[in-house]
Design a protein around this ligand. Sequence first.
Ligand code: COA
Length: 320
Amino acid sequence: MKIIGTGSALPEKVVTNDMLAGFLDTSDEWITTRTGIRTRRLLSHETLRELALKAAQAALQSSGLRPEDIDYLICSNVANSYVSPSLGSIVLGQLGCSCPTFDMNGACAGLVYSLDVADAFLKSRDMKNILIVAAEQPSRFCSWHDRATCVLFGDGASAMVVTQGEGFKDFRLTGDTHTEVMYYKRQMERTPYDRVEEPTEPLVMNGREVFRLAVEACINDVDTLLERNGMTGADVDLFLLHQANMRIIECIREHLGQPKEKFPTNIQKYGNTSSASIGILMDEMSRSGELKDGQTVMLSAFGGGFVTAAALLKWSAIQY
Ligand code: COA
């Protein structure tokens, strides 16, 4: 499987750390030194559906394919205002596609999870082209009175078209139950019969524990993929990691003993855009020419669950 088109879309509204310090007990200094984040984009007058559509259209256009060439649409999303229909169903018709679709919740690892599913579909079914959209609005999971969570996230969407061909070499996915370290409970309707009180709650996160789990799990995934493929960190040209915290990326980089240039970031501008983050980075780097034909790339992401997903691939240049 290889990637033949990429796209991304971000909300227009730029929110700086100083803007947050206007109503929260926080500071630009705290946020920057603990996370690396300077600004984030937040949905204001747009909807997540519009962002998802924009990213998908850009990916489709760069792939050179028509909507009718798409055999499946996988949409990675943790939550949006529609529980049903799926976000994929909503985007599908507006794109002019009429293929099957489903939403996948692989938390912040959802894009790499989707790539793994797409790879399996392309190998086992009579399909040629799959569109993957990762669209997230984590800003709407947080309490905006909770300085420990809301400063971390940003909204955004990314998309890619994958097809049969040489590119992805290997995947490693993991799952484990650590509900207590990070969860968000949204509202369900009551019935006359339910007897279990489940209060809704904005995002609850044990930041330190998530940090620890993230570093440990990502290192494990990356080391496993390298070892399984007879490689070392030196054989990888770029590590495109989930953009959750600059210090998490730095810990993984230090473990691998590789130079900073191999770990590009855009968390400074966008914060943690959940499963959209790796795709936004990829799209920006592919369009700017920083991602070059033939480069060996490692993707690695982690998220609530606790789930992780990593992938090893050789990049093929895309004409935009
Ligand atoms: N501004 C100022 N102070 C803040 C703050 C903010 N935005 N958020 C938390 N603090 C305070 C805490 O209240 C605490 O104060 P106390 O010592 O008086 O109790 C202090 O800063 C230290 O908090 P702590 O949580 O220990 O800080 P930390 O160094 O672990 O950094 C995170 C917090 C959230 C930045 C860090 O743990 C992290 O990034 N974890 C991973 C989170 C993540 O990636 N989640 C998404 C996964 S997909």
